[in-house]
Design a binder for this molecule. Structure first.
Ligand code: HAM
Length: 418
């Protein structure tokens, strides 16, 4: 039997209801805050991700599903959405009507990481991006949205972690302090860190190897090297978060796994998911649009790990599963033919109706109605056809209603919708 690819998964009925509910809550929250949906392709030119996420990141170096298409062009299954949304914003010149655009998308991403709880090779993100606003207040609003979404989904034990990654103004001084530090601990670093040390020293700070983590515990932090503007921006962000009553942890070691960030970077972390602590992550990326050949427009955004949200959400799939309204227990060829006609008509009226398409006995049909959790059952046999009226029974209260056959659709609607 052919099985799923490792790290990929099916989301089956009984679980999918939780996903639908999360998506509904997230969409409604984002749309209440003015976000518009954008749909982007699942595959892009590899170059787009290399240039935006960064050549020295784990994602680009080790995790992308990249292959030549049949003409030899290198294409990649998207590992994230920010790069594609930026490409679309630039390509369709969305900034000409208004540089300020608030966009969101929901969909699958692909990273060939080692699968474990909360980490998959095809996973889903709810991604939101805001273009055209320089103020750190938007970063605060994004964190506020994430915290609100977690609260609406009954997710407890979440904490907002926050750092500033500075700007091209403050980076050189920090970079030189970090390079000096890395030389002093170089014998303790892994091969990846040694390689990245010269090309992209900030990446070293994101290394997950335990011995590197230990060696880097006393590394200089960008936060201590911010220029005046970045410092003022970060202070305004933390103060505004405090005004909104959002407690956040200033985490000097938070550098994120993608290269494009400037200034505020954040993660929503939880203690309930084992090693995979980040439910969502994001931050400001003021230079990316320009680096991709677009206008110099600032931007900020986040992505939520949908799979992780589904594992954490205090939602019960059984409360969300929609049960049938009615079971038509029909007997005999005439009864079954009439019942089939009604099943189709009732479906169009939004009454979820089931019937048995075989020759089962009344007892077997009643058993099935019970198994499906149908709220009402209608019995239609020779007797009902002869008398011209059917009985609908409320399975919970055991109340019974007689409905004349010529008015059956309206009669059922009245009983069920009462
Ligand atoms: P990211 O931190 O790489 O950021 O991913 C965001 C979230 O996606 C993570 O916090 C995590 O919940 C989820 N995630 C990542 N990898 C996996 C995986 N293998 N399995 C399950 N969940 C996963 C970004 O993707 C940026 N594009 C966020 C952003 C938007 N920054 C600015 N705008």
């Amino acid at each position: 039997m052919i099985q799923l690819i490792r790290g990929f998964k099916d989301i089956l009925p009984g679980e999918v209801e939780v996903w639908q509910e999360i998506e509904k809550v997230a969409r409604s929250l984002l749309e209440d805050f003015g976000f518009k949906e954008i749909r982007i392709p699942i595959m892009e030119r590899t170059e787009l991700f290399k240039r935006s996420i960064g050549e020295d990141t784990d994602i680009v170096e080790k995790e992308m599903y990249t292959f030549p298409d049949r003409k030899g062009d290198l294409v990649t299954l998207r590992p994230e959405a920010t790069a594609s949304i930026c490409r679309a914003y630039i390509q369709h010149k969305l900034y000409t009507s208004d540089p300020v655009q608030k966009l969101y998308m929901v969909g699958p991403m692909f990273r060939r990481e080692r699968p474990q709880k909360g980490r998959y090779r095809q996973f889903y993100q709810i991604d939101a991006e805001v273009f055209g606003v320089q103020s750190g207040l938007v970063d605060v609003q994004l964190i506020f949205l994430l915290v609100t979404l977690c609260a609406r989904l009954n997710i407890q034990d979440v904490e907002a972690h926050l750092n500033s990654l500075g700007c091209p103004q403050c980076r050189p001084r920090f970079r030189s302090a970090l390079t000096d530090f890395l030389s002093s601990v170089s014998e303790k670093l892994c091969a990846d860190c040694i390689r990245r040390r010269e090309r992209n020293p900030l990446r070293v700070l994101d290394c997950k190897v335990p011995s590197c983590r230990a060696a880097l515990a006393t590394a200089p932090a960008v936060l201590d090297y911010l220029c005046d503007d970045c410092r003022a921006d970060f202070d305004a962000v933390t103060e505004t978060l405090a005004h909104l009553g959002i407690t956040c942890v200033v985490d000097k070691q938070l550098v994120r796994g993608l290269d494009y960030y400037t200034r505020t970077a954040f993660e929503i972390q939880t203690t309930s998911l084992g090693a995979q602590s980040a439910v969502a992550g994001g931050g400001r990326y003021d230079n990316l649009l320009k680096e991709l050949g677009g206008p110099a427009i600032p931007a900020t955004g986040f992505a939520i790990g949908f799979d992780r949200l589904a594992e954490l959400a205090g939602l019960n799939a059984s409360d969300l599963v929609q049960k049938p309204d009615l079971f038509l227990a029909a007997l005999g060829p005439e009864g079954r033919s009439l019942a089939f006609n009604w099943v189709c008509k009732l479906g169009l009226e939004g009454i979820r109706t089931e019937m048995d398409f075989g020759n089962s006995s009344l007892k077997a049909q009643m058993k099935r109605a019970d198994k499906l959790g149908c709220a009402y059952v209608l019995i239609l046999g020779d007797n009902e056809i002869k008398t011209g009226a059917a009985i609908v029974r409320d399975m919970q209260t055991k109340e019974q209603f007689s409905i004349p056959l010529p008015d059956i659709i309206q009669g059922i609607k009245k009983v069920i919708r009462q």
